[in-house]
Design a protein around this ligand. Structure first.
Ligand code: NA7
Length: 294
């Protein structure tokens, strides 16, 4: 199929090779064109604006940082809405405010066009291994049409329901993920301060019932000296999702006390100048709070 792809950040660059490998023609666009170089080598084509990309595509994907970026791409000058064909489908994969997703989709509906929310659970590593899962919401008939393409991105594709519900679920899921990883950091620091070598503690956690996919790939970061990399998602990117979760909790009257506590640890990371690290750097904060030397 002819696919348009907007947003060539870490996630975009991990998804596009899978679409190309499945035999789809991909035309891309990114605010910063230089980032497209590795995708050109794989055969991706370029168009000059989101509008141009949309006008040439049967399916258009976007995956960009936040709500403002999605609004700009979808509804801004030379945006997707100005170019999308009547029978084409636009899917936004970004993790953004569900209300913004719904309001952008409503603009598409007004002019007889289809926008769906289709966030991904997983990192660039999960995508590369072919294990990513996608949650999709919006028009069910459109979902049935795009399903074969989505399966090229990841093998676990779930239809969630009405437009906005997939991204709502993704925010809840990411909040849980952050709480889980921060709980792991807290536990390892406690064991270590008590005299258990870090390697032994991590190994035991990963062999225990506490182990999970996210701990399996993130826990090693506190062992091999990669903690200072933004390997899978830096503190700022994860905190964006935590703030979305806290805001949803406030708006809907649902307490999220564990989310609030986890968010405080992300604040501490930022205060200590660790915001550019993968958020498992929370472990460093626990070490400092617990009086452990580097
Ligand atoms: P990255 O690697 O930080 O990439 C962010 C992308 O978003 C990148 O292509 C940016 O373009 C683009 N961006 C950001 N703001 C804008 C605006 N205002 N207009 C147009 N494009 C913009 O993030 P990931 O790929 O890891 O994650 C993307 C989403 O998936 C995010 O919601 C995650 O939570 C999940 P640039 O290259 O800077 O010009």
């Amino acid at each position: 199929m002819k696919i348009g792809f907007l947003g060539l950040g870490d996630m975009g660059q991990a998804i596009i090779p899978r679409l190309l490998a499945a035999g789809h023609a991909v035309t891309g666009w990114n605010r910063t064109k230089e980032k497209a170089a590795p995708m050109f080598k794989l055969g991706m084509l370029w168009a000059g604006s989101p509008r141009e990309v949309a006008s040439e595509s049967e399916i258009v994907f976007s995956i960009v940082t936040d709500s403002e970026a999605v609004r700009a791409l979808a509804l801004g000058e030379n945006g997707i809405i100005a170019g999308l064909r009547k029978n084409a489908i636009y899917l936004d994969m970004s993790t953004i405010d569900p209300d913004v997703s719904r309001s952008v989709a409503a603009e598409f509906t007004k002019v007889g066009l289809i926008m769906m929310d289709a966030p991904i659970s997983g990192t660039t590593l999960t995508l590369a291994k072919g294990n990513a899962s996608l949650m999709v919401a919006g028009d069910k008939a459109a979902f049935d049409r795009v399903l074969p393409v989505l399966l090229a991105i990841g093998p676990k594709v779930t239809y969630i329901g009405a437009q906005g519900l997939a991204v709502q679920l993704k925010v809840a899921l990411n909040m849980t993920l952050v709480i889980e990883v921060i709980g792991f950091c807290e536990g390892i620091a406690l064991a270590e301060k008590g005299g258990v070598p870090r390697e032994v503690a991590v190994d035991a956690f990963l062999k225990s019932v506490v182990a999970s996919p996210v701990l399996n790939y993130r826990a090693p970061l506190i062992l091999d000296g990669h903690i200072s990399d933004a390997t899978y998602g830096n503190v700022n990117l994860q905190q964006k999702d935590m703030l979305l979760a806290l805001d949803l909790g406030r708006k809907m009257g649902v307490p999220v006390p564990l989310g609030a506590a986890a968010n405080e640890m992300l604040n501490a990371c930022r205060g200590l100048g660790l915001a550019h690290h993968d958020f498992v750097t929370v472990y460093e904060v626990y070490r400092r709070l617990g009086g452990m030397s580097k």
